[in-house]
Each structure stands twice: as C-alpha cells, then as structure tokens.
Design a protein around this ligand. Sequence first.
Ligand SMILES: Cc1ncc(C[n+]2csc(CCO)c2C)c(N)n1
Length: 206
Amino acid sequence: MSLTCEQLIQRYSESWEKATVHPFLNECQSGKIKPEQFNTWLVQDYLFVTQFTRFLASAIANAPVTHFDVLLGGMSAIKDELNWFQEKAQERNLDLSTEKQQTCQAYCEYLHHIQNMAYPIQAVALWAIELAYNQAWQKPGKMVPPYDEFAQRWGNPNFTEYVKLLEKQADEALAEADSEVEKQATATFVKIASLEKDFWQMAYKK
Ligand SMILES: Cc1ncc(C[n+]2csc(CCO)c2C)c(N)n1
C-alpha cells in the first residue's frame, strides 16, 4: 500500500494541530486581535501568495495532463485572490511592498526549493498548504466582523471541495511514487506544518 494524505494527517496529528490552531485565529474569532497585528499578518500572507503562485505554476509544469483541470482552476482562483488582497490592502491603507519577515522568507524559499523536486512532493505540498487554511479558519467557529470575511473565504464549502480534489490528486501521485519520494513527501508535509505554525506568529512581530 502506498502512502496517502490521510496517513500523513494521522501520523503527524500533533504537528498538524499546531499548524491549524493558534491564538491569532482565536483572537480573530473573538475580535480581540489588534488591527495592526492583523494587518501585519495580512501583508505577509499576500507576499506568501505571490510566491505560491509561482510554485503552483511549476507544479502545473510537472503535473500529468489528467491533473490540469483542478490545478488550472486553482490558478484562476489565485488571480482572484491576489486582486482581493490588493483590495483589502487598499481598504486598510497597507503597503504591500513591505519586506518579508524571516518566517515568510523561509517559507517562500522552501517552496522554491521543492519546485524542482518530483511531482508527488509538489502535489502533497499544494494539498497541505490549502488544507491548512481551510481547517484553520473553520476551527475557531463563527468569527466576528471584519474577520468573518476571511473565515468565509477559506472555510467555505467550495474551497473545501477544491482541497478534497487536491487530496485525491496527491494520493494518485503518491501511488506512483517510490520509497525515496514517499520519504521526501513525508518530510515536506512535516516541514509545511511547522512553517504554517510559525506563519500565524508573524502577526505579533514588526
Ligand atoms: C501561509 C499560508 N498558507 C496557506 C495559505 C492558503 N492559500 C495559499 S494560496 C491560496 C489561494 C487559493 O489557492 C490560499 C487560500 C495561505 N494563504 N497562506
């Protein structure tokens, strides 16, 4: 039996919990987050998504044609997401040409690093990155305005469906992987969980 996404979640459930449960999210839920802390996180997330766009493009370049439909749908969603980030930044008077914090920089470098690795590794990364947001923004429960818009964006059923399709594709890719690629895909999952955990914390740093 080959490795599956479900097994990764089960085997590393503690790391995954830390990736998707954080005081930042609870403070968005209650409305206690300071606007400047939220803004700090938002700008860093925009910077991350610009790098993620390049990562998705390279995953498409390595993917089998049977995976194009889902991934191209993801690419189209990112076009919308980047424009939406720019709108939010304008509303909040934020400068998007800010420097990356160290955690954001490390995450972007990691995406660049796995860009040229075997496709199953990229398929697992795409799934894990999207699942992290899909779960993290739902776990605290109904959020107060203005943070409910963010929770809706990443917690809505359509996005959940997209993440399920990414899981199916990652499982298909893993079914073709040898044990070395399985090992690297596992390491990628664990690394992403750790980077996601650190990412929330950037809200509290200048
Ligand atoms: C640190 C961090 N991790 C995951 C995501 C989730 N995500 C990455 S790109 C994108 C747009 C739709 O594909 C979404 C929702 C994020 N934004 N920031």
